[in-house]
Every structure is written in structure tokens, then in C-alpha cells.
Design a protein. Sequence first.
Length: 613
Amino acid sequence: MNQNRRAARSSVRGDETKKTSERQAKASEPTVATSHLAKISVKPRVMTAGRAIVEILKAEGVRALYGIPGGHVLPIYDGLYDTNAISHFLVRHEQAAASMAAAYAQLTGEAAVCLVTAGPGATNLVTNVAEAFVGALPMVILAGRGATATTFRGASQEVDTELIFRPITKWAERIDRADLIPDALHEAFAVARNGKPGPVYLDLPRDILTNEISFGPYVPAGPRAQPRGEPERITAAAELLARARDPLIIAGGGTIASGAAAAVRDLAEQLSAPVITTLAGRGAIDDDHPLSVGGLGAHRNPLSKRLLAEADVILSLGARFEEMETNWRPGFVPSPSARVIQVDIDPAEIGRSVPAQLGIIGDIRAVVDELFVALRARHDLGSKDIRPNAKIRDYGAELNRMVVEIAEQAASDAKPIHPLRVICAVRQALPREATVAIDVGCLAQHMVGSLPAFPVHVPRSLIVPSSFYGMGFAGSALPVARQVYPDRPAVGFIGDGSFQMMLHVLPVAAEYGLGVTWCVLNDGALGSIRDIQEFGMGNRIIDTDFYVQPDFAKIAQACGCYGERITDPTDVKDAIARALTENEKGIPAVLDFIVARARMQQTYEHYAFYGRS
Ligand SMILES: Cc1ncc(C[n+]2csc(CCOP(=O)(O)OP(=O)(O)O)c2C)c(N)n1
Ligand SMILES: [Mg+2]
């Protein structure tokens, strides 16, 4: 194995990656501060724009780049040659550069960078940049472009890429002058991080990257702003919550993004309010907490379904009520008589999907802290006696009944393997803080994404798609888990259809020694779509079954990974143990579980509307 790749395995959160000693000897730049607030390069220095870009990335605290070089962007790669401060991960398809950068943001909250060449290098990113856009994940994309002098005269690999990216980024621009690059990059990081975070795209014509510019001093864009809510609205929200009969909190992805998990738990306890977590919000409250009750829509369970219907005041924190969560239908959305308080950093989200009586625009963490203080003040005044809710005991009992049912299904020795057998065995084999990727498909999404089938214990331990739901997004991003948290096992759940969209990632994980395990839930079909044909369209099955299915274990082995196909339920536990053991040696693993077409109740309820409207 290439020594550089092995070295690059070192954590982005730990010591700086050390490349070969030859490279270290070449590293000549002064040490730079990577704090967001630090200034670098006190005196201007003359350097190529390509090199200045690398200096800026270091100053912005960027630790990880994902990409594939091409002739257009080599001056930037050349700047990377001399630094130990940034790890570049060479993917095999740009699609994975975008998914890995997005997952890096999910796991760390920080913007990672995609570095790709012109034309096809850029367009290959599109699907997973759209994921990051819909999922509000910060990312900066640097792409090559034909030289300014030959623009639109048949330059190699030139189309109007910035226009392609405009609808799926917060900002997409072509920068035509080398001396404008520092300002453009500063703006890119500020835009990506602030407000509702998201991707930013810059096209950089090849000739300007070799132009010399006077660079510095460069002031980094700084951490994102955390705006507070309007005081009158905080007071009004506290009033509603304090008087509520059955308050309920819905914690979405914004809760994780703003680092509000502990604050949400404290607020929930203060209110004795059950907490529903959306898929992106999983981990906002430890699923072992008595107030954690499950998800929404396709991720709900009978308890969370009932509590949503019963709640008279709902506090939505950074949740978007997208289709998979609501179907926008009675029974999936809050009761019409409930008061909905919606908190979001993006004004456009307030009332967008589900009507909100009270909108609060602000950082979730800041607003939750303010609400907590406001409620405490009320309590001190004795205006409402906030005390433990007797119903909480019932939540635990109800969830426990479900756990028993799930365990019974998982214990079945029937073939094909019940998917819950795999899911429960993985959860038992993993420590609480392990990282888990949940890909698209009903088996992974609705089973692993739901409580109590798969409890989640800590924030930023999940890689999940947004409501863009691109097959292969989470699975292709999984290796990043081991880069961010080298000491935590990382497992992905992915359908057989989705896995075939990301096979090119296997050699990347093997090359960098990123020991992760993909559990393929193989039902020989695009099961989620087949379900709609079966249940919603009169069983007219067309083009959703696979008749030639690759041997995923052999593909894994051919890519330098460990691979096993498991058909017998009694082999599940040991196979997982073998894969995790390989992972600890830095060897990724693929476990191809041949599973039954089993569904959760919420899956049938969610799909009941498809094919009919
Ligand atoms: C890129 C992409 N293409 C198509 C779809 C539509 N789609 C959603 S789920 C699904 C089937 C997924 O099959 P699989 O990964 O095998 O999971 P399963 O549903 O069988 O568990 C399809 C085709 C999608 N979400 N993303
Ligand atoms: Mg499938």
C-alpha cells in the first residue's frame, strides 16, 4: 500500500497529516495559524494564485480536500505538494468527492473542499452537491475552467459550469482575475458557513492559476454567526410552552448543526416534553433518554405517531417537515388545533411546509438557551408548576414493547435473513459513539433510521441523506467517518441498488486504510420502488428486480477490502465481528446480507399514498 495514503489516514482532528519525509523536507512555508480568527501573512508575498489558494485554505482551517486532478487545476495541486497541513483524498469518481465533503460537514460542522478539474470533473459532482444544498451542509468547491483567452472558442472541457451549479449552491461564480481570488474565497467561506449553510462553487480559469499575485494579509472568514431570536417572540414561545398541556419538541438537522443537543435535552426536561428527532436530527437527544420517543413519517413508530397527534404545542427546532417526514397529510403532520412554534436560521423555512403560528428566526442553540432562561424565569415566578410528567413512564413501557417485538423478528432463523437480524446485531456489536451511515432505500432508511429499531446515542454520529435522497450518497461518504473519528468503528447500511452506485469508493477506502464496514441489505431489487408497484399499482412489477446481481463480496476482495456473503441468519453475528476486526487493521469490509423483503409498519403507511395521487 502506498505509504502516503497510509499516512493520510491520520485523523483530521488529531495531528496534522505527515506525508513522506521527502515532502516534509520540502515544506518551507512558515507555520500558519488555522484558527478562524487568525490573520496570516502579515506582509504581502508574491506567489502564484494556485499557491495562494492553498494558503487561504490553510488559513480557513480546512483540513481535508477531496478530488481528482486534471490539467486545469494542477497549479493548486502543486501548491499542496509543499504542505502537511491539508490532507487530499484522491477519489475515483468526483461524485464521492462531494459526498465525502458533505459528510465531513455532517460529522464536524466544518466546511470541507472539493477540488476538481474543468467540465466533466465539475459536472460529476452535481448530484451530491445537490444533496449538500438540500441538506444545508457547508462546502466549498474549486473547479477548473478553460483559459480566459480562449473562453467560448472551443477550450477543452468548457461548458458554463457555474450556471449548472447555480440552482444547487448558495453562490456559484466564475472568477476571471487572479488578484480577485483571495476576496472570492473569503466570500465563499463566509457564504458557505453562515445563515443556512450550504455549498459554494467557484470556477477558476486555468491561466489565472499560474498568474503571480501579491498575497496577504488574509483575514479568514471566521466562524458562522449565531443570531439570537427576537426577545418578544422568545417570551411568547415560553408562554405557549409553559401553558401547554402536551408540549412536544421536534429536533431536526439544525439542532445538530448548531451544537444544541445538550440544550435541547435540558429544555425537554424542563418542559417534560417528549422529543421527536428527524433523520438529520438523530442524536440530538440520546435515544436512551426517557424523553426520546422516535421519528416522523417514514421514520416514526406507534408512540411518536400518537404523541404528534396529541400534542397541543409543538416546538420545531431546525426541522423542515419534508415529504418523507410528513406526506403533508393528516396523521403525519401536527393536529390542526396544535400551536406550532418553528425555529429556524432560514426565514424561508418558517411555515414553508407546515403552517407555523409563531416563527423565530435564529440559531437553534442560541434560541433554545434563551427559551430555557425564559422558562426558568417563569418557573421562579411560580406561574406554572413544571414538574416531571407521569406520562414519561408510559413512553418507556411502550417503546420496550416495540423492542421486544423487534427482537422476536430479529431472532427468526428463517431464510432469507430478516433485515432486523442484521440491524440489531450491528447495534449490539458497536459502541455507543460509533459512526453510522444510513443510505436510501426502505430497508436502510425506515429500519435503521427509526427508533427503537436502531438507537442513536451521540450527535454527529450519523451520515444521512437530505430530502434529496440520492442513492449511494451516505454509503459513498462512509470512509470519511474513519478519517474524522479514527478511533470509532464506522458501519454503513445500504441497499443493493444503492451500493451499485458507489462501488468506486471501495478502492479509495482500501488505499487510505479507512476501516469501515458496508452492510449491504440485499433483497435483489430496488425494493422501495418495487413496493410502490406492488402495493400502490396493482402488483405490476416492472424494472425493479435485478436478474444479474454482482457478487459484492468478490468485488470487495478485488478492491483490497474484506468481503463476505451471508445467507444464514446464524452467521450474522460472527460475520459482523470478523468485519469489525478487519476494520481495526485498516481494512474496509463489505458484508453482503441476502435479506427478506420485510418492512416496518411505517413503511407501508408512508407508501400507501404513492401510485394513488
Ligand atoms: C440516484 C437515485 N436514483 C433513483 C432514486 C429513486 N429510488 C429511491 S429508493 C430506490 C431503490 C433503492 O434500492 P436499494 O438500494 O436496493 O434499497 P431497497 O429499497 O431495496 O432497500 C430508488 C430507485 C433515488 N432516490 N436516487
Ligand atoms: Mg434493494
